[in-house]
Structure formats: structure tokens, C-alpha cells
Design a protein around this ligand. Structure first.
Ligand code: MOS
Length: 732
């Protein structure tokens, strides 16, 4: 059952509308809140007047910093969050919450919100990384990675290298736009709070909200049954979740908040702009001698999140002399956050573009160049072996499927029948195989069905389905009779759906819980003189289709139903925990790997780029569901194209407001932009990464895809675009 291309177990609920998302919860007497956001990027609220808004029929409350209940706005996790929760008159970024209107309906709240009168004492914002007021700082870390690294002696090796690449690559500010915007429904029962929240981790959310309101964690329940995409944006706790709870307490009714699409470009995190200086020194055959990757990442004035863009350069290739640095650049913007493969996706654009430049500088085929600098061990962890690494096979199988050997080495060498320039480009991909402690509970009922829970989140990736398969396999019960449930802090604690870690983390717990119940059933049979398995050894038994049998004599056995009925119990349960301490470094470095190949057609007159073909090959340990894995990789690849050609948050440098805060002007690819995507699943068995051999696949799909497209554009046009996205005007 593990690996089978099972269709989504929640698919029917989703397409029929039976799946209820956080904003669709409808507790009795629910009220609706709308957030009023700042129209300046930095300054003070000089005056705020909610009188007119409050006088509208159906308005229940108007909260501002003058009257909002006092809470701890510096208590949210992860790390050093400092949410803006109407506690003071400072404005630190454009679209910061400054008031909250609660009303009988969303429409009334929206209308009244426009009548909250705010005047500001505005200050002049610094709105770019190079503005006079922008401040460069040394961050304590880069998204949980060491900010700097060094090995060998870069300076002398680079100075002596016969071939040198020295370029700066820029990735723009990008905003997550999941189909489901952020949403929270909050309900208090006395001093106990229940939140239906669009979240990537209900336990993280519970911890943050309990700390903000000074409640015990047991007093907060967070429920997340369905999520319409997260991509990192729903990983951390954002202001609206706390504001919904605050409003609900104040008006004594449940309150729900949903963000509008323009709100999604506000203070809820985004991918920071990066400027990445790459220096590569190589010998004339293309062998790497020295590499420096120095990152400047957009940062806010008041929190520390930056992207870990140089981390990929530390481990992807064999290079003896290396330095990497990350610096944050503070200016008057909201704080960025995790966005699919934070660090690796922006960093791979720089590294894999620079490698392509090196390929042309040395006359070595780009794929051959990567093979020349292949490393079998992790240079960032003192040559520690990888738990498994099948990148060679990703290159080989991807290249064969794509027809990379047909690529002419010269640029501008090929045209289509109608005169478009044809280019081939490739890039490598990798993402760490992470894991955190998780727990699960499995129950087998006397009717033979099973109910298994773990408080994970399905952010659209297929977690319900994957864990149903894992549970069914471990229990020896057909998937049709297994119900897996998730998304509730009343369930056993699970890793968040972030950092590509949830499947590897939770699957191992679900597996252990399933095995534990199965063994309990077997033990009951062994101890029971009435059982055909009486006195037999557990090691001699097999478990399938809800029945235990002797391996050597399959006719000798009995069903779970028979065992439970004879025992006179309605069910048997087991709780299991798969522990993993991320701070303890094991004997292996754990990464998934992949390779992208892209063909573009570029109109030489208009500079328009069309993707013609894409082949991406990935090896990520054991694949739990090949259909969903393919879909997940594909989503990453599409987003890589989006990074390459479309996405860019454009800031108004006078006001500090992102101007294209809607899906009309914030470009993302549509179906017409994306040809068939050929995903190659490269088989990989990893006996070390975790007991089930699963590596995460959520983020690796996007890593390097932007560079593969940019490299193909260079091959077609001889134009090297080092600042994304590749707009037509940059090719003219
Ligand atoms: Mo992912 S950006 O860790 O949700």
C-alpha cells in the first residue's frame, strides 16, 4: 500500500464542497471582523476615530490601540516574532493592522472599516535595500542555519584560479498566494479558546496563541481540517489569528476573519528580495577551486527572518575553498517568512546560474560540469556521507528523457520553423531531508475498521491519503477500512507541515502505532486458548486484510474481528511516538536531490519566453504515493517557472506600498504558460534517513527550476539575465 498511486481520500469531500475550511466553520452567533490596515510604511498613528464606524447598524465593536485588550505581542513562535496587535501607536510597515471592526456580517464590517478615521504622523520610509536609511546587519542565524561558513582559504584560491566568475544575482520580493487566504474562526467558552485556523501546524499555533493571551496550552484548541495551500505563509502565527481571538473575547461571541487578496500582500510574510554575490574560481577543465556566496536579504526593522540562500552552495558541489555569508538589510517593510524552499530556491538561482556561466567560460557541457564537481559526501559536514544520494541517476535519467545530448554547445544555434530561438538549460536541485518528533494513535474496532490520528496538517499535499496508506500497511487492514484523521491539538502531537518534514516525521509515528495495535491483537490471540494462534510466536505471523495468519501455514489464523469479539472489547488502541531531535547530528547528512531540464522558445523580436518542455527527475527515498508525489513535484516546478518568468512584488519607493497587490498585476503562470511537465521518479532506497526511508518532497521541486529556465534563455539568446523575473524587456 505504501507507494501505490491511491487517489486522494479527501478528494470527494473537496470537490463536492463537503470539506470545511477554517472560514467555513459557522458557530452559532458568529460575528465578522475586518482589519483596518495602515496606509503608511513607518510613523505613528496621530489620531484614530472609530465613532462613525461604531454608529453603523450591525457594528459590534471597533478596536484600536486605545481600547484593545492588552496582550503579549512578542510571544509568538517561531523565534522572535513581534506581532502588531493594536498595542501601541507605532506603524512599522505598510498594511499593518491599526484597527479591527467587528460586525454582524462581513459586508457591514467591511463598510464600517472604511469609516474608521486614521491620521498619521508619517516618517519617510526606506523602501529599497540600497536606500540611505536601510541598515545592514549580521543576523544571529539565517532561517535556522548558521549565517556564515568557511573552509579552506577562499581568497588565495580564488585569486590564483585560472577561470573566475564574479557576478551578482537578484531575486525579487515574492508573495505567497494560496487559493485559500489566511482565515481564522475563534470561539471562547469561558477561559477556553477554540481556533479554526488555516495553519500548517496546529501545535505551533496553540503555543503562540496561548503565550500571547497568557493561557495554559491546555486552554487553547486549534483545529485545521483543510487548508487551501500554505507554502510557508501559514507556518508562523500571524496577527489576524490573535486579533480574531481578541475580538471574540471582547464581543462575547465567536468571530471570524478572512483576509482579502490585497491583505495577502501585507504583514503576513513573503519571500525576501535577495542580492547574491557569487564568486567561483575554477581550473580550465571546470573543476571548482574556490566559491564565495555572499547574500544580502531583505529584512524588516523589528524581526530577524532572512533567507538562507547560500546554504545550498555549502554542500551541492565538491569545492575545497569556500566562504558563505548572510547579511540582513533592514528597511521599512513587514517581516519576510518561509516561502517554499526558503533559501534554496533563491540561492539555487544564483549558484546554478553561476555554474552555467562557468560552463560557457570553460567550454564544458553544463551537465558534464556538474558531474565533474560531483561530491559523494557532504563537504559542509566535514565529508560526512549522505544517507543516500542518487543525483547521478537523476542527471542520467532526466537527461536521457529530455534528450540533453542533442543540445548544440553554441548559443543561438537553433530556431523553430517559425523563427523562435531555441534554448536548453539545466540545473541541479537539493533540499534537506528534515524530521521532527511526532506521535500517533491507532485504534482497531471490533467491526474490523481502524481509526488513526495524528495532529498533522494537510495543506493540500495529500497528508490524509499518505497517512491512510501508511496506517493501512502497518495495521494490515485495507485502506477502505482505515480512517485517518488529523488537524486538531486534541490529537497526538505532530510535526508541522513545513520544511518538507511532515510526511517523514508523522509516517514513522503512524507506522509505529499501527504495528503496536497489531501486536496487541496478536498477543491477545497468543494468550487465548480458544485462538488458533494460541502459543504461537509473533515473528511467525503475517498481518493482512484484517487477519493474522502463520507465515508458513496461512490457513491457520483468525481475523481481528474474531479476536476482539472473543476478548469482549469494542476496540484496542496504541499510542506511539517517533522521536527525533533535530539538534543531534547523526552519522549521515540527509538530503533529497534532483535535476531539471528545460527547453525554451524565445521570440527574438518581442523577447517573450515560452516554455516548450520540462523534464525534472527527483530521488527522495521511499515515495509514499507516486500520484501525489508527481503532483507535488509538478507544483514545485511550476512555481520555479513562475520565479523565473513572472513573479515580482513591486514596491512604490515613495510610500513603501507593494503596488501590484492583486492577482491581476502580480503575475503567476496560467495553464497556457506551462507545457507538459515530465516528472521522473528515480527509485531510491535509504536505509538510514529514518525507519521508513522517507525523505520530504514538498520543496525540492522548486529548487533550481528558476536557473534551469534562465540558463535555457541564455542558450537561446546569449542574454544572461541575473535579476529575476526574466521580463521581455530584459531580452531586448
Ligand atoms: Mo515550507 S516554506 O517550510 O511551508
Amino acid at each position: 500500500m505504501i507507494g501505490a498511486p491511491l487517489a486522494r481520500v479527501d478528494g470527494r469531500a473537496k470537490v463536492t464542497g463537503a470539506a470545511r475550511y477554517s472560514y467555513e466553520e459557522q458557530p452559532a452567533h458568529v460575528a465578522y471582523a475586518v482589519i483596518v490596515t495602515s496606509t503608511i510604511a513607518v510613523g505613528r498613528i496621530a489620531s484614530i476615530d472609530g465613532t462613525e464606524a461604531l454608529s453603523r447598524r450591525g457594528v459590534l465593536a471597533v478596536l484600536t490601540h486605545d481600547n484593545a485588550p492588552r496582550v503579549r505581542q512578542d510571544a509568538a513562535s517561531p523565534g522572535d516574532r513581534k506581532l502588531r496587535l493594536l498595542q501601541d501607536d507605532r506603524v512599522l510597515y505598510d498594511r499593518q493592522p491599526v484597527a479591527l471592526v467587528v460586525a454582524e456580517s462581513f459586508e457591514v464590517a467591511t463598510e464600517a472599516a472604511a469609516r474608521v478615521r486614521v491620521t498619521y504622523a508619517a516618517e519617510t520610509p526606506a523602501t529599497t535595500m540600497n536606500a540611505p536609511g536601510a541598515v545592514t546587519y549580521e543576523p544571529p542565524e539565517a532561517n535556522q542555519n548558521p549565517a556564515d561558513s568557511a573552509r579552506g582559504s577562499f581568497d588565495s584560491a580564488f585569486a590564483a584560479a585560472p577561470v573566475r566568475i564574479d557576478q551578482t544575482y537578484v531575486t525579487p520580493t515574492e508573495f505567497h498566494n494560496p487559493m485559500e487566504p489566511h482565515a481564522t474562526t475563534a470561539a471562547w467558552d469561558g477561559n477556553r479558546l477554540t481556533l479554526y485556523d488555516a495553519s500548517q501546524g496546529v501545535f505551533d499555533r496553540r503555543k503562540s496563541i496561548a503565550a500571547i493571551f497568557g493561557l495554559p496550552e491546555s486552554g487553547v484548541r486549534v483545529v485545521t481540517k483543510f487548508v487551501g495551500g500554505g507554502f510557508g505563509s501559514k507556518g508562523g502565527t500571524n496577527a489576524h489569528t490573535a486579533l480574531a481571538a481578541m475580538a471574540a473575547r471582547l464581543v462575547g461571541r465567536p468571530v471570524k476573519i478572512v483576509l482579502t487578496r490585497p491583505d495577502m500582500f501585507g504583514g503576513h510574510g513573503y519571500r525576501p528580495r535577495t542580492e547574491q554575490h557569487l564568486r567561483i574560481g575554477a581550473d580550465t577543465s571546470g573543476r571548482l577551486l574556490a566559491l564565495a556566496h555572499d547574500v544580502r536579504s531583505q529584512a524588516s526593522r523589528f524581526e530577524n527572518f532572512i533567507e538562507n540562500s547560500a546554504v545550498i552552495s555549502r554542500m551541492l558541489y565538491a569545492v575545497p575553498n569556500q566562504v558563505t555569508t548572510h547579511r540582513g538589510v533592514r528597511y521599512d517593510v513587514a517581516t519576510p517568512t518561509f516561502m517554499r524552499a526558503p533559501g534554496e530556491s533563491s540561492g539555487s538561482f544564483a549558484l546554478e546560474s553561476a555554474m552555467d556561466e562557468l560552463a560557457y567560460a570553460t567550454g564544458v557541457d553544463p551537465l558534464a560540469l556538474r558531474l565533474l564537481n560531483y561530491t559523494e559526501t557532504d563537504p559542509d559536514q566535514h565529508g560526512k556521507p549522505f544517507s543516500s544520494k542518487s543525483l547521478r541517476r537523476c542527471y542520467a535519467e532526466g537527461a536521457a528523457r529530455f534528450g540533453w545530448s542533442q543540445r548544440p554547445p553554441q548559443v543561438r544555434a537553433t530556431r523553430t520553423a517559425d523563427g523562435l530561438l531555441v534554448g536548453y538549460g539545466m540545473a541541479s536541485s537539493t533540499y534537506p531531508a528534515n524530521r521532527s518528533s511526532s506521535a500517533a494513535m491507532a485504534t482497531v474496532h471490533s467491526d474490523g475498521s481502524a481509526y488513526v490520528t495524528s495532529g498533522a496538517c494537510d495543506i493540500g499535499t495529500g497528508a490524509y491519503t499518505a497517512f491512510t496508506q501508511i496506517a493501512a500497511e502497518a495495521l494490515g487492514i485495507d485502506v477502505a477500512h482505515v480512517r485517518f484523521d488529523l488537524g486538531d491539538t486534541l490529537m497526538p502531537e505532530a510535526a508541522r507541515a513545513g520544511g518538507s518534514q511532515q510526511t517523514a516525521s508523522v509516517a514513522n509515528a503512524v507506522h509505529l502505532a499501527g504495528i503496536a495495535v497489531r501486536d496487541k491483537l496478536a498477543a491477545a490471540a497468543v494468550a487465548d486458548a480458544a485462538s488458533p494462534l494460541h502459543g504461537r510466536r509473533l515473528d511467525d505471523m503475517t498481518f493482512a486484510r484484517g487477519r493474522i495468519a502463520l507465515r508458513e501455514r496461512p490457513e491457520l489464523g483468525e481475523t481481528y474481528v474474531a479476536i476482539l469479539q472473543r476478548a469482549g472489547v469494542s476496540s484496542m488502541s496504541a499510542f506511539a511516538e517517533a522521536k527525533h531531535d533535530r539538534r543531534v547530528k547523526g552519522p549521515y547528512s540527509t538530503h533529497a536531490f534532483g535535476a531539471h531540464f528545460a527547453e525554451v522558445h524565445v521570440d527574438p523580436d518581442f523577447g517573450t519566453v515560452r516554455l516548450a518542455r520540462m523534464v525534472s527527475a527527483f530521488a527522495a527515498g521511499r515515495i509514499v504515493n507516486s500520484r501525489m508525489a508527481r503532483s507535488q513535484y509538478m507544483g514545485g516546478v511550476v512555481w520555479g517557472v513562475s520565479m523565473a518568468l513572472h513573479e515580482e512584488g513591486r514596491i512604490d519607493e515613495r510610500s513603501g506600498r507593494y503596488m501590484n497587490a492583486n492577482l491581476e498585476n502580480y503575475l503567476v503562470p496560467v495553464n497556457a504558460d506551462i507545457p507538459e511537465i515530465d516528472i521522473v521518479l528515480v527509485d531510491e532506497e535509504d536505509p538510514h534517513v529514518n525507519p521508513l526511508g522517507i525523505k520530504g518532497i514538498g520543496e525540492i521541486g522548486i529548487v533550481g527550476m528558476n536557473a534551469a529556465v534562465a540558463n535555457a534563455v541564455f542558450h537561446a539568446t546569449e542574454k544572461r539575465v541575473r535579476d529575476l523575473p526574466i521580463r521581455p524587456e530584459k531580452l531586448l
